[in-house]
Design a protein around this ligand. Structure first.
Ligand code: SF4
Ligand code: SF4
Length: 265
């Protein structure tokens, strides 16, 4: 299963560094005595890619997904809109996707659920040698109520991430963190209401962003190659990548898009 911090818990006190090459023992399956105990009372912030995958897995559009399953709030560090999964209004405050058999959205469960109990911190290599290279550090989250550490085989971090299907999640979430680090470092001023709305739509409400790009004059205004347009029509991942480019241009003034010449007169 998977989890992130619960209200009142101090995640920092449960973190244990996992040096490269070191392994840990872990398994999570219906036979473990704490099975599904962790899927409740969580403060589970969803990344844009989590939202993309969840609403695809549920076969609903992004507006319906956001309305039905999430709460919107302001991130105190980045001062941007974030969404978190709304726990159910029952005594256990259970996740809306947990069932007696486990996670009902397993194939598209959020990155934090997939990674648990492994944590991953990343930073880009300094610009000199290999500018795009990601440097990773790993740690374990050892929570007293999780008995998975008494079970199963030994895992190294890389093998665990492969097993849990984290490749595309890590790639897309690293892009998201790059975007935030570049355009929202430290405590900056709030976004004004119009920018807040645009940010929210582009990052989380991808069906509306698709309509904005393909259902308006947008493509007559900006130079975007046929290949890139085709890729965005075909792939939500490509559209989400473009959403970050659009926000960099429109909200943060980075000249990463070019107006068509007829628009520049
Ligand atoms: S083993 Fe850990 S992750 Fe699995 S259900 Fe139990 S508490 Fe959750
Ligand atoms: S999404 Fe699935 S794995 Fe994550 S907390 Fe909910 S039921 Fe558990």
């Amino acid at each position: 299963m998977g989890q992130t911090s619960r209200p009142g818990e101090k995640p920092d006190e449960m973190l244990e560094p996992l040096p490269k090459g070191q392994t840990y023992r872990f398994a999570c399956h219906p036979g473990v005595r704490c099975f599904t105990d962790c899927c409740r009372d969580l403060h589970l912030v969803l990344t844009p890619y989590d939202v993309l995958r969840l609403r695809k897995g549920l076969a609903v559009d992004s507006t319906a997904f956001l309305d039905q399953y999430t709460l919107q709030e302001k991130d105190p560090t980045w001062k941007i809109p974030v969404v978190r999964l709304e726990m159910q209004d029952n005594s256990g405050r259970t996740c809306p996707f947990v069932s007696p058999k486990g996670c009902s959205i397993y194939e598209d469960r959020p990155g934090a659920c997939r990674a648990y109990p492994l944590g991953r911190a990343v930073r880009r290599a300094p610009s000199s040698s290999d500018p795009g290279r990601v440097e990773e550090e790993h740690f374990l989250v050892r929570e007293p109520h999780c008995f998975g550490f008494e079970e199963g085989e030994e895992w190294a971090a890389e093998a665990w991430m492969d097993d849990q299907g984290l490749g595309t999640y890590n790639e897309m979430n690293d892009l998201w963190m790059d975007f935030l680090s570049r355009y929202r470092p430290g405590s900056r001023e709030d976004l004004d209401p119009a920018k807040w709305k645009m940010f929210f739509m582009a990052c989380y409400s991808l069906d509306r962003f698709r309509e904005f790009v393909f259902g308006t004059r947008f493509l007559t205004l900006f130079e975007i190659s046929e290949e890139e347009q085709e890729e965005m029509r075909r792939s939500d991942e490509a559209l989400l990548r473009f959403a970050y480019t659009w926000l960099a241009y429109s909200l943060f003034g980075d000249p990463v898009l070019k107006l068509r010449e007829t628009q520049q007169a």
